[in-house]
Design a protein around this ligand. Structure first.
Ligand code: PRP
Ligand code: URA
Length: 209
């Protein structure tokens, strides 16, 4: 079974409260969502593989560390996932970026895929799939399906707010994909929104509605 981890770092929790607040406007929401993504990626990259490397400092030779594992890529689930990409790239500026377009039918809550554009070497990269909201889990499951179909083997799902229903659904569908969240909320309401959540992440990020 894949791991589910809530990142309880005080800065992450403080910033999550800011974007939950209904009075937080688009500008601050955008900034803080990216800051949370940056902090989350800092936390979840602690176990990246390292190797020894010889480096010549101004004082002479030394054996030091460098990253040795798979190259990284960030894959936002459009559109709201875009609101986390800059934060990830602050820490991993050389990461490639793939995009998966997905929207959730407001009535049926079923996800629909409308766009997929990925780095060609996706099968050789460790992927951070980013989306602010994990609600029913339908969008994340379909996005992971799309990535696996194209050869991806190593991925982590990074969300700001998760509902228990979504966590369970993703764990059952993709037991090899670890999930990281800034917050685990109570439940979904009858419209499929996370409660207490933060509302519609895409609308709040882009100022629509
Ligand atoms: C939101 C969110 C997730 C999805 C979560 O996207 O960003 O992708 O809903 O819901 P689920 O877990 O029940 O699938 P939405 O479909 O509203 O599209 P948007 O990002 O374009 O606003
Ligand atoms: N998508 C959102 O943007 N918010 C929710 O609460 C659920 C799905």
């Amino acid at each position: 079974m894949a791991k589910f981890t809530v990142l309880n770092h005080p800065l992450i929790q403080h910033k999550l409260t800011i974007i939950r607040n209904k009075d937080t406007g688009t500008k601050v929401f955008r900034e803080v969502a990216n800051e949370i993504a940056e902090l989350m990626v800092y936390e979840i990259t602690r176990d990246l593989a390292m190797e020894d490397v010889e480096v010549e400092t101004p004082m002479g030779p030394a054996i030091e560390k460098q990253l040795s594992g798979k190259k990284l890529a960030v894959v936002p689930i459009l559109r709201a996932g875009l609101g986390m990409v800059d934060g990830v790239l602050e820490l991993i500026p050389a990461a490639k970026v793939g995009h998966i377009g997905m929207y959730r039918d407001e009535k049926t809550l079923q996800p629909h895929e409308y766009f997929v554009k990925l780095p060609t070497d996706i099968d050789q990269r460790q992927l951070f799939i980013v989306d602010p909201m994990l609600a029913t889990g339908g969008s994340a499951i379909m996005a992971i399906d799309a990535l696996k179909k194209r050869g991806a083997t190593s991925m982590r799902l990074v969300v700001l707010v998760a509902a228990p229903e979504g966590v369970k659904a993703v764990q059952e569908a993709h037991p090899d994909v670890d999930i990281y969240a800034a917050g685990l909320d109570d439940r979904l309401n009858e419209d499929g929104y996370i409660v207490p959540g933060l509302g519609d992440a895409g609308d709040r990020l882009f100022g629509t509605k």
